[in-house]
Design a protein around this ligand. Structure first.
Ligand code: 5GP
Length: 129
């Protein structure tokens, strides 16, 4: 069972920003930038291109809605999107509010307190449509 499945089942806590029957979005615990969010299919699949085309399109539709909420919440030049999965073998889309290329490089990390994560997740969630 992946660590993200444990988040989905509630075994491990997360700062949730959006959820429906098929997907969940929560803040990355070690963010590149403020608002760095992961969008995850509840069905545990390792690689994104092993999803069916329909599942892939649904994941992109859900990610689009999360990105819109991020744009409304976090001041940034744009939302960057990346799919890697080398650390956690459970499909996830990184949505990252970016101001510079360095924000997409997974090297510079930013720290937030529990209270800051809670408040940010609540704000993004409030802008999710
Ligand atoms: P990737 O698999 O795409 O290389 O990276 C996995 C991402 O998941 C990383 O950005 C890492 O910070 C994040 N991550 C790993 N474990 C957890 C966790 O338990 N909770 C949350 N919210 N994010 C995690």
């Amino acid at each position: 069972m992946s660590i993200f499945t444990k988040i989905i089942t509630g075994e491990i806590p997360s700062y949730k920003v959006a959820e429906n029957d098929d997907f969940i979005a929560f803040l990355d615990i070690n963010p590149n930038a403020k608002g760095h969010t992961l969008v995850v299919p509840k069905k545990e699949e390792n690689k994104i291109f092993d999803l069916s085309k329909e599942e892939y399109r649904s994941l992109m539709d859900f990610s689009y809605r999360v990105a819109k909420a991020l744009e409304k919440t976090v001041l940034c030049k744009r939302i960057g999107m990346s799919v890697i999965g080398l650390e956690v073998p459970h499909v996830h889309v990184h949505l990252i509010p970016i101001n510079a290329m360095a924000d997409m490089q997974f090297q510079q990390k930013v720290k937030f307190t529990n209270e800051e994560f809670v408040s940010l997740a609540k704000s993004i969630s409030g802008n999710f449509e």
